[in-house]
Design a protein around this ligand. Structure first.
Ligand SMILES: *Cc1c(COP(=O)(O)O)cnc(C)c1O
Length: 221
């Protein structure tokens, strides 16, 4: 079943778009099954769970952190994490830089853009993002490398609203790339699209889709 779903999703992905299999709350056996089907990128939302899985699963897995990351936990994942999707404060970005320096490796990050209607605490609004990048902080940091943006659409059945939000995220990605990253070879990723909305996200230039339920089934919390 995991094999079937992975194959279906892979067929839908345009060239250059990567699938992050979101394995949070699923057992290592499910990850191994996906691994045996060739899947190598997995996303987790909790540091403790990620560390436990990382320690027992194959070393060529590319682990992404897709949840809200607390500053005091960056040190645990800094030695191996391949992409941190949801950086939403300067404090967090600076801590990632510090821990990357200690671990002797650059850590790719995405800035979380908040465009959905929900009143969540997380993510930069478009205005905040612009103000943040105007400070030039991304040029100051040697070990936290900004590779692009991540966003989540509003949780709604209204496809036209989701479509408009992804279109807006893509616009903001292009604008920020032109204004602030024109000399950076790294600013290339737009992480958007989950089980229910990745088809729409792909129409708007997503380069990383984060899919859990479609692959692994419902999560048991
Ligand atoms: C859980 C989660 C996903 C995957 O959601 P599904 O609906 O199960 O595909 C994607 N992105 C983030 C940030 C998540 O927390």
């Amino acid at each position: 079943m995991i094999q079937e779903e992975l194959d279906k999703i892979r067929e839908e992905l345009p060239e250059g778009v990567r699938l992050v299999a979101i394995s949070k709350y699923h057992p290592t056996s499910a990850i191994e099954e996906a691994y045996d089907c060739g899947q190598r990128i997995f996303g987790e939302n909790h540091v403790q769970e990620l560390m436990e899985k990382e320690s027992v699963l194959p070393k060529d897995i590319e682990w992404h952190f897709t949840g809200h990351l607390q500053t005091n936990k960056v040190k645990y994942i800094a030695p191996f994490i391949r992409l941190i999707h949801a950086v939403d404060t300067e404090k967090l970005l600076r801590e990632i830089d510090k821990q990357g320096r200690k671990a002797g490796r650059r850590i790719p990050c995405l800035l979380q853009l908040h465009i959905a209607k929900e009143q969540t605490k997380y993510g930069f609004t478009p205005e905040e993002l612009d103000a943040f990048l105007q400070t030039g902080i991304h040029k100051e940091l040697d070990f936290a490398e900004i590779h692009g943006l991540m966003c989540m659409a509003t949780f709604t059945d209204d496809q036209s609203q989701i479509d408009a939000e992804f279109a807006r995220a893509h616009d903001i990605f292009e604008q920020t790339k032109e204004r602030y990253f024109s000399d950076s070879p790294f600013y290339t990723e737009l992480s958007m699209g989950m089980s229910e909305d990745y088809t729409l996200a792909l129409r708007h230039g997503s380069t990383l889709v984060r899919i859990g339920t479609r692959i692994f089934g419902e999560r048991v919390y």
